[in-house]
Write a new protein. Structure first.
Length: 133
């Protein structure tokens, strides 16, 4: 609605941009989250400009934002786990002019794990196909 009134908009819908949701369906083995389930593939396939929005208003959608409410997260390790690698998917959504397939993105994420390890970042491995490797 804001874009239709010529206001610049940062898109941040709850269903895909809130990184404080669970990353896995099996929540018993996951750190506490506010609820919800937002897998990385869903974030990667997110399109910030709604298809029903008239093209004349597209210029007002200036980006997207990931959100993390930390009331259930007591440590920075917990926050990192909730954010990584899903923030990589959202970064691709926002910055990649020609987004590759999710399968290509999975390979990039898999290549990123050693970098995250060297940086001592706690991250989730809940990309279903990568979990099985």
């Amino acid at each position: 609605e804001a874009a239709k009134m010529n206001h610049e908009v940062i898109m941040t819908p709850n269903a895909v941009c809130y990184l404080d949701h669970y990353q896995a369906k099996d929540t018993k083995n996951e750190p506490l989250a506010i609820g919800g389930y937002t897998p990385i593939e869903e974030i990667y396939n997110y399109e910030p400009i709604p298809s029903e929005l008239d093209r004349s208003f597209h210029k007002y959608i200036i980006g997207a934002q990931g959100n993390v409410w930390t009331e259930y997260m007591k440590t920075s390790d917990h926050v990192e786990y909730m954010v990584f690698p899903r923030i990589l998917a959202l970064s691709e959504v926002v910055w990649a002019a020609n987004r590759p397939s999710f399968e290509d993105f999975e390979k990039k994420v898999n290549d990123t794990y050693p970098i995250l390890d060297r940086m001592n970042i706690n991250y989730s491995r809940h990309i279903e196909r990568l979990e099985k490797k």
